[in-house]
Design a protein around this ligand. Structure first.
Ligand code: 2IT
Length: 446
């Protein structure tokens, strides 16, 4: 396998799909060496098959807004790879959603899900619907219209969507309600991230952020460091940022920044329970701005049009969107003394940022390892649904701990360089790839 040849071919077939091409290139560069030691992979054209989704559904979603005007959006579901289990992955509602974005997310999801130790294939879906400024009734009508098209292509044993950017418990509820109505099927297993009284799992809302911090704890422990007393900058203020801020605070770190599209909040005294609760209220307000946080809590300062990475911190945690931390941001962080960066968002760092961190040999880990606790806990929700039981928060949390520990161990196994530095990007990509590739090989040419 030659990365350049495959990339040239993909660029020709999928021109302009920049996020997708970026995600594929990163994985191929990581696995090239290992792949070429396995002639059976080359013979079965594993890479050529793995980079293309199994299938893509795209559909029109028409709904009526509060003024009575008709709105049309585009909906998608990308079933990427089913080698190790039913399709599994979130749904993203964001105005910038397109095929490239969802293909990158579905591709990443395939390896991430493989890392979780659970039997889940990779998928992603979403719409260019923009939730910002929408009323609750509009959100409901959109979710219903979206599910009206999608329901026939998903199911508890075929494809299990969940939340992502712009899709939380409320949206999952509206989609689940419509799914039941259309499918006349009352098995709760078709979506994850459900409410706790109707098939949801305890700890699922917290799981992405909590799991990320468990992963960071393992990284730090391996390097002889501790999170206690460290300063942490977080981008975003949504569900993932909230979970990360909550656990970082509980572990004794000071969360000195959260951010939004409008700027950053410098929060030198760290989080309190009231502040953490307010993050959820801010998100639920659908305004997509973080400035009100500094109006409410006067020990915090809002700095417009600045990113979280302009705040001096020990640990940087991108928790918002892909490519939100670029090469210049990475250089600024390093100059300010940052010694650990972990992607909690999917592909939160650009290739330049990753190269900058790795060159400086600071601790760096990629989203598909760090944020896998979210989908892993979705997997635990599926298990509970299939068994018609619910586990206690402590039981789910202990399983999440175990999963994050094993993902960390897999990264160390495949990513440790001769000089002892752990290349977590390489480790995560190889570990995830090997599992999916072996499964594809064993299942023949399909
Ligand atoms: O990116 C992700 O892993 C998610 N949005 C969660 C997917 C899931 O199925 O829980």
């Amino acid at each position: 396998m030659k990365v350049q040849t495959i990339m040239a071919d993909l660029e020709r077939k999928h021109p302009g799909e920049s996020e997708y091409l970026q995600a594929v290139q990163e994985v191929l560069e990581s696995i090239e060496e290992v792949y070429n030691l396995h002639p059976e992979f080359e013979k079965a054209k594993i890479v050529e098959r793995m980079v293309e989704p199994d299938r893509i559904f795209t559909f029109r979603v028409t709904w009526v807004d509060d003024r009575g005007e008709i709105q049309t959006n585009i909906g998608y579901r990308i079933q990427f790879n089913s080698a190790i289990g039913p399709y599994k992955g979130g749904i993203r509602f964001h105005k910038a959603v397109n095929v490239s974005m969802l293909k990158f997310l579905g591709f990443e999801q395939t390896f991430k899900n493989a890392l979780t130790t659970l039997p889940m294939g990779g998928a992603k879906g979403g719409s260019d619907f923009d939730p910002v400024g929408k009323s609750d009734a509009e959100i409901m009508r959109f979710c219903q219209a979206f599910m009206w098209e999608l329901w026939n292509n998903i199911g508890p044993d075929t494809d299990v969507p969940a939340g992502d950017v712009g899709v939380g418990g409320r949206e999952i509820g509206y989609m689940y309600g419509m799914y039941k109505k259309l499918a006349r099927e009352y098995n709760t297993g078709v979506l994850t991230g459900k409410g706790i009284n109707w098939g949801g799992s305890l700890i699922r809302p917290e799981a992405t952020g909590f799991g990320a911090l468990y992963f960071v704890e393992h990284m730090l422990a391996k390097a002889g460091k501790s999170i206690k007393g460290a300063t942490v900058a977080i981008s975003g203020f949504g569900n993932v940022a909230w979970g990360a801020a909550t656990k970082a605070t509980e572990l004794g770190a000071t969360v000195v920044a959260i951010s939004g599209p409008d700027g950053v909040v410098y929060n030198p005294n760290g989080m309190t329970q009231e502040k953490l609760d307010y993050m959820l209220a801010l998100r639920a307000s659908n305004r997509n701005i973080v400035a009100p946080f500094a109006e409410k809590f006067t020990d915090a300062t809002f700095i417009p049009n600045k990113k979280a990475w302009s705040i001096k911190c020990d640990i940087a945690l991108p928790c918002a969107f892909q490519n939100e931390l670029n090469g210049d941001d990475a250089a600024e962080l390093l100059a300010n003394g940052t010694w650990c960066a972990a992607e909690v968002s999917n592909m939160g760092c650009t290739p330049e940022a990753i190269a900058t961190f790795q060159k400086a040999e600071i601790l760096f880990a990629p989203g598909k390892a760090v944020n896998a606790g979210g989908v892993a806990t979705s997997g635990l929700e599926m298990t509970q649904n299939a068994m018609h039981i619910s586990w206690s928060a402590a039981e789910v949390d202990s399983k999440l701990h175990y999963i994050m520990e094993s993902i960390h161990a897999a990264c160390v196994k495949y990513g440790t360089q001769p000089d002892g530095y752990v290349n977590y990007v390489k480790g995560a990509n190889i570990a995830g790839f090997m599992k999916v590739a072996q499964a594809m090989l064993e299942q023949g040419i399909v």
